[in-house]
Design a protein around this ligand. Structure first.
Ligand SMILES: [Fe+2]
Ligand SMILES: [Fe+2]
Length: 238
């Protein structure tokens, strides 16, 4: 006895070919409409140029997904550091705190970290990778009390960023990605060590000053004079 073929229970079997065609048209127009509304996406990108409308393959020459993920993670670490420094700069710029040296220094650090994030995303883009941004939370406590507290936090932050950079280097090394290992060493490690050393010196000096107002004033004035590039000096007359 011939085995009865199972009838697939699918909506297509219950619709006429005309209805199906209409559904496809509607689906296509709905999705195209959404894509048109997406910024940075042109009409030609959606339909493809010429006859070939197949999606373009991602081109990643020896770029391991784990290395790509590590670079993405580092990008978010740099953005977090940038956000912390912005918070510190804003605190020391308040009229009831008024330490222009600390304000200018942290604003410079904020820009530096942002620059690191841009370097990472440009590099990832060059390797054909994807950028995945995530939520950047502000510091739990945005009242930085005094320069010592802020610089101690900055030191911890820089040490943690250095650890993360070494981890990214390790992952790239595991996958024999000499381009990433070179990129990390050339663009980050040296600056990171200098930052740790510089901030550690400030912590040592500030540990002897504590909450003493005159000491903080002198420290702040020296910081502005010797450690802040002119473009970031908030007291600079334009
Ligand atoms: Fe950085
Ligand atoms: Fe840094």
């Amino acid at each position: 006895m011939p085995v009865k073929r199972m009838q697939k229970k699918c909506w297509i079997s219950r619709t006429t070919s005309r209805q199906y065609e209409m559904h496809v048209r509607w689906f296509y127009s709905e999705n195209c409409r959404r894509l048109y509304e997406t910024p940075f996406c042109s009409k030609s990108q959606i339909h493809g140029q010429g006859k070939d409308k197949t999606p373009v393959k991602r081109i990643q020459y020896q770029f391991h997904p784990e290395t790509e993920a590590a670079l993405n993670q580092q990008l978010n670490v740099e953005l977090k550091a940038s956000y912390y420094y912005l918070s510190m700069a804003l605190y020391f710029g308040q009229v009831n705190v008024a330490l222009p040296g600390c304000e200018s220094y942290f604003m410079h650090m904020h820009q530096e970290e942002y620059g690191h994030a841009v370097k990472l995303l440009n590099y990832t883009k060059t390797r054909g990778g994807r950028i995945s941004l995530c939520v950047i939370n502000p510091p739990d406590e945005q009242n930085w009390l005094n320069p010592l507290h802020a610089f101690q936090t900055a030191l911890d932050l820089e040490i943690s960023v250095a650890d993360d950079l070494i981890a990214v280097h390790g992952i790239a090394e595991k996958h024999c990605d000499i381009s990433v290992t070179d990129f990390i060493i050339t663009n980050f490690i040296d600056d990171q060590m200098k930052s740790i050393s510089e901030i550690a010196r400030f912590v040592t000096i500030l540990s002897g000053i504590g909450n003493e107002a005159l000491g903080q004033f002198i420290f702040d004035r020296d910081l502005l004079k010797h450690y802040v590039p002119q473009d970031f000096n908030v007291l600079r007359k334009t």
